[in-house]
Design a protein. Structure first.
Length: 91
């Protein structure tokens, strides 16, 4: 990953420059929004070359990882690999 934007307490944006071939060239964006004494993480994995099954798989896995991070921060009980939610044969 290459950091392409960084605004403390607001935004982190990565460009995938190596890794799974379907990821290369995609953008991964974390935006932080503050509302009513809460912080929300708005996540985007964008600019896929084409809609492939792997894109949908990754979308679901990102959700499980972000929910694990939320649990870790709020309750000190994350579910990292290998204890994450399995969504595909071979996970």
């Amino acid at each position: 990953m290459k950091i392409t934007a960084l605004k403390p307490n607001k935004l982190v944006k990565w460009k995938c420059i190596a890794g799974p071939k379907d990821w290369v060239g995609t953008d991964i964006i974390f935006q932080l929004k503050f509302k009513e004494d809460q912080t929300f993480v708005l996540f985007t994995h964008a600019n896929w070359k084409e809609e492939v099954e792997f894109m949908h798989h990754c979308s679901t896995k990102w959700a499980t990882f972000l929910l694990s991070l939320k649990s870790l921060l709020e309750r000190d009980e994350g579910r990292p690999l290998p204890y994450d939610v399995k969504i595909h044969i071979g996970d």
